[in-house]
Design a protein around this ligand. Sequence first.
Ligand SMILES: [Zn+2]
Ligand SMILES: [Zn+2]
Length: 113
Amino acid sequence: MMYPKSVSARSGKIKTKKAKVNIPYVCWQCGRNGCADPLDKHHLFGGPFRAKSEQYGLWVYLCHDRCHENGPDAAHQNPETMQKLHEHGQRKAMEENGWTTEDFIREFGKNYV
Ligand SMILES: [Zn+2]
Ligand SMILES: [Zn+2]
């Protein structure tokens, strides 16, 4: 089996390739531009996968108050919103890296789609 070196979590000093940032500076959820409610960066996969989320560019912008932390549909309040974000992240990761579902699970632990 061949694994690209950069994917190995065990190799201590990982040379993280800068993920291409093609993420538009608007809220993923509602499309606002952050003028009224500053945009936060939300990692699509948190906890133990947060660093990988960063490495693979798996994050989105969300309005800090309304869409990220405190609103009824905010990512950290509403499980449905969180699920949509996980699904978005998985599809993006699989598309950008040419991964199968199994590849995704190997990297991020479970299937969200
Ligand atoms: Zn968040
Ligand atoms: Zn928003």
